[in-house]
Design a protein around this ligand. Structure first.
Ligand SMILES: C[S@@+](CC[C@H](N)C(=O)[O-])C[C@H]1O[C@@H](n2cnc3c(N)ncnc32)[C@H](O)[C@@H]1O
Length: 226
């Protein structure tokens, strides 16, 4: 047990060094998020509606939020959704400027929906609910969220050498998610040999999970009563 704790600490240090190097960030628009997270079928017919429906009326935690693109998009769409973002890159000194530049690239500021003022207001709301946490150490109370999103982030970056950190990160995700909530892992998951050991972790933890087109959805168990 003691050895495990020491090894976990060593692996955490490796992850922290790796993830905080530079500003490792992406800013996706809402339809890109939908595609990455595997809402493909409906994405083709109505991209905004489906992911919106999944998130509607939920407390959402976006882990590895890049430039907080999901939170910005949700604000701009006026969804009744509270997105909290976590990304270690938030502490980078050039984070805000990089975020502003990317927003200017992604939103053309031509329509009434996406004026520069509205995008800026959405950016500020998104940033006011963001924290520089790592997935293995989420500073939130138990049962705080209904949905966790991990898009091209923790699962995607994890390698076998930092297996204990991935396990700890999943435990943290389960801890902060309400019973019956969902953890949607999406994006560049490799379903080849690199994915097998991750699937084994989920199985060993006795989790209820299902594949979608480009990721996995874990349903957080409800406590057994009676
Ligand atoms: C490729 S970006 C993806 C950003 C965003 N989710 C998207 O889809 O546009 C990867 C993000 O995951 C974050 N990340 C990677 N490993 C992480 C970890 N162990 N804990 C928290 N964030 C992590 C990085 O800092 C970065 O913000």
């Amino acid at each position: 047990m003691l050895v495990d704790q020491i090894e976990l600490r060593r692996q955490c240090e490796r992850v922290e060094q790796y993830v905080t190097r530079g500003v490792p960030s992406t800013l996706r628009t809402f339809d890109e998020f939908a595609a990455c997270l595997g809402f493909y079928l409906d994405y083709k017919t109505n991209p905004e509606y489906l992911l919106a429906k999944y998130l509607e009326d939920k407390d959402v935690l976006d882990i590895g939020s890049g430039l907080n693109g999901l939170a910005v998009a949700v604000e701009l769409m006026g969804l009744n959704t509270r997105v909290t973002s976590v990304s270690p890159g938030l502490v980078q000194p050039d984070f805000e400027q990089f975020q502003k530049d990317k927003l200017a690239e992604s939103y053309t500021y031509t329509s009434a929906d996406y004026t520069e003022e509205r995008v800026e207001a959405a950016r500020l709301v998104a940033n006011s609910r963001s924290y520089p946490f790592f997935a293995h150490n989420l500073g939130f109370a138990d049962n705080s969220f209904d949905v966790i999103i991990d898009n091209f982030a923790v699962f995607d970056n994890s390698r076998p050498e930092v297996k204990l950190v991935l396990i700890k990160s999943i435990e943290e995700m389960l801890r902060v998610t309400r019973p019956g909530g969902k953890i949607r892992v999406g994006g560049g998951l490799n379903f080849g040999p690199d994915w097998g050991w991750k699937e084994e972790i989920l199985r060993n933890m006795g989790l209820d999970f299902a594949y979608h087109q480009c990721g996995v959805e874990i349903v957080v168990p409800s406590p057994i009563t009676g």
